[in-house]
Design a protein around this ligand. Sequence first.
Ligand SMILES: [Zn+2]
Length: 259
Amino acid sequence: MRWKLLLAGLVSFGTILFLLWPGMDTKAGQEEEPQKEPSRYAAPERSEASEEAEASAESSREGFSCHKLDKEIQRRISGKSYKPNDYVTFDDLRHIKIRYYGFDGRVKDGELIVNRRIADDVLEIFYDLYCSRYPLQEVSLVDKYDADDERSMAANNTSCFNYREIAGTDKLSNHAYGLAIDINPLINPCIRQGSGTAAEEQSVYAQRDMTKCRGAYKAYMIQKGDYIYRLFQKHGFSWGGDWSSVKDYQHFEKPQMTK
Ligand SMILES: [Zn+2]
């Protein structure tokens, strides 16, 4: 008799558990938040563990990669774009390799040195430019021109890091931190309002009205709200063409951040 009672008890308990189980399961399911898609352009905070992320970025997109500055690149930039200073170390910088379309329609390899805080954004931006076949004249380190900004601009070279002051001032440029990028600078000159003598003002591309500009590459003048403007804006960069005292149409930058 005891056996039967015990058996009946066990069966009842099992039945109750069976009946309750799907309800519990559903409840648990309902409480689960739907998985959010990670933002495509989310740039994770970089840390010591970022080497793996950099290595994976290297393998995913051919021609696009991000590296710490090795001895060879340190040697290439020392005494040129990199000068001993209290603000920017080699470790703050990244060497980025990219691909781009030239104005001749050919695919070329380019390189940039940027602040590690914007390395992910820069890779994404230049990959987008490449996918969109946005033409760039040249993407070389400014060291090719002995870190001479004037020569680099004259070559229409797109570049980022250069430890230098803002032209005509003793204030460090955001290029000195690797936080500013100049795009096709010959087509997008820096115009200092009212100086009247700057070579840039003589440039055919000083005329920013596309209907009036006579430059052959006027279609690639950066304009407020256009594709490349929106691309940089999406990644948190501001544009020098929006400044009031100086119009720096080639220039996109992020503000300095405290370490
Ligand atoms: Zn600039």
